[in-house]
Design a protein around this ligand. Structure first.
Ligand code: FAD
Length: 440
């Protein structure tokens, strides 16, 4: 059986190792951090994530979906917090059983790594940082960060599952002629804050919702955790008259939150300390091509296609990559070059579509969710979905609650929008014509 080296045991790395282990491949997984079970959590990243249909499907194939969902909190819709204190709940779908799941990153990471380790030919090496890859010989250069010893490891193929700032992708950039690479940062950064549990571990806001405080050019969101707390994320401009750059003192911080999120402030006793202590993360979209080099090297997850987090799909898409790569390896068991090329062909167009959808959804979340027109459009979406089952599917439903490829979902939604707009124009004209007839 062929041997794979995987670089990065984050969410996708752990799951991909399990998929490859299940096929009987020999797998060495190298991770620069320590074992997450020893408290080496992924610093500076979201503490919880929204897991939805695509991700659940990928976990189901490996038999760990129930284990993950046991600890997840269903979120059935968006709870919009107005500045005035008003609250509006907007369900995600016409079917109340459709929900997304707030899932702890650390626990999920541990679950996928343990799933991989159940296969006898999968070995995980923590504290091993990849410093480069020789593509032609599929050799990874590594540094054992516990001993400071460099080493190299050879396999039949190396897969970079090492996230947005992938070392494997960097080696491809340096080696492959005409390697396409584009990175684009938002002017907004993000900072995580906490709403601690209430008395007896109770939730101080509606538990089964994703909370949003939309404020036009910026927003805060909050996802529930099993211990009764919420993790809030403020998405805000790095620079500008009111921004991370200008909000430094305790008074600045308190004043900003009291002005913008007055209902949240009493629930955040450690607001000022959290704001000052927690890092401000950046938000990047990365597009590159190709995602493979012969049958020797391939990229999976954020290493191939980091997207901004506003559709809650980055991890779900990374998990879907694992399913598709596994299918391609099964289709071309004797030729990994064909398998990688087929995987790239199937995924690239969809990753590009998701990148666009995620950027568009930032505007929807931070601005449109506050408007009556938006809420009316959502109601119309749900009405049409119920009236035309299987024919009309809102974009959010296709992306979040189906496995329809992202590019196909985006295309279908554009066609639906045109048809609905045309139907509304015809309806309005018919009503006006009828009124004209009556009063004539
Ligand atoms: C604020 C925020 C909120 C998000 N919310 C959601 C959400 O709700 N739903 C969702 O689906 N997605 C969400 N995402 C996206 C999600 O976090 C990523 O898409 C997902 O983590 C990608 O998984 P990955 O395994 O490809 O990369 P990562 O999770 O980044 O894992 C990469 C791993 O590689 C290791 N590594 C890196 N470099 C090296 C090296 N040189 N050598 C060895 N190891 C290395 C890292 O330590 C890490 O363990 C969010 C992202 C952010 C920033």
């Amino acid at each position: 059986m062929a041997k794979f080296i995987l670089i990065g045991s984050g969410l996708a790395g752990g799951l991909l190792a399990a998929y490859l282990g299940r096929r009987g491949y020999d797998v060495d997984l190298y991770e620069r951090r320590g074992d997450p079970r020893e408290g080496n959590l992924v610093g500076g990243r979201s503490i919880n994530l929204a897991l939805s249909t695509r991700g659940i499907h990928a976990l189901e194939q490996i038999g760990i979906a129930d284990e993950v969902l046991k600890h997840a909190i269903p979120m059935r819709g968006r709870m919009i917090h107005e500045k005035s204190g008003g609250l509006h709940f907007a369900p995600y779908d016409v079917d109340p059983n459709k929900h997304i799941n707030s899932t702890g990153r650390a626990a999920l990471n541990t679950t996928v790594i343990e799933a991989a380790q159940r296969y006898p030919h999968v070995r995980v090496h923590f504290n091993h940082k990849c410093t480069g890859v020789d593509l032609d010989s599929a050799t990874a250069q590594l540094l054992n960060t516990s001993t400071d010893q460099p080493l190299s490891a050879v396999a039949d193929s190396v897969i970079g599952v090492d996230g947005a700032f992938s070392a494997v992708r960097q080696s491809m950039q340096l080696t492959i002629d005409n390697f396409q690479y584009d990175e684009s940062y938002l002017a907004h950064g993000y900072k995580e804050l906490t709403i601690p549990p209430g008395p007896n571990g109770s939730w101080q806001m509606e538990k089964n919702a994703l909370h949003i405080w939309p404020r036009k050019s910026f927003m805060m969101i909050a996802l529930p955790n099993p211990d009764g707390s919420f993790t809030c994320t403020l998405f805000w401009e790095f620079e500008g008259p009111r921004s991370f750059a200008t909000t430094k003192t305790d008074n600045d911080i308190r004043r900003f939150f009291e002005d913008e999120f007055p209902d949240a402030v009493p629930l955040m006793p450690n607001l000022v300390e959290d704001f000052k202590d927690n890092p401000t993360g950046s938000l990047v979209t990365i597009r590159c091509a190709p995602w493979f080099y012969k049958g020797k090297v391939a990229l999976v997850g954020d290493a191939a296609h980091a997207v901004v987090p506003f559709y809650g799909q980055g991890m779900n898409a990374a998990f879907e990559d694992c399913v598709v790569l596994d299918e391609c390896l099964a289709k071309f068991p004797e030729d990994r070059h064909y398998a990688f090329a087929d995987y790239f062909r199937r995924r690239k167009v969809n990753a590009d579509a998701l990148a666009d959808l995620a950027l568009e959804n930032f505007i929807e979340m931070r601005d449109k969710t506050a408007s009556r027109t938006f809420r009316a459009k959502k109601k119309l979406d749900h009405f049409l979905e119920a009236a035309l089952p299987g024919i009309y599917l809102p974009l959010y439903t296709m992306v979040t609650f189906t496995g329809i490829p992202y590019a196909e979902a985006a295309r279908r939604a554009r066609v639906q929008d045109v048809l609905v707009y045309a139907a509304l124009v015809v309806l309005t004209m018919s009503i006006l014509a009828g009124l004209y007839w009556l009063v004539r």
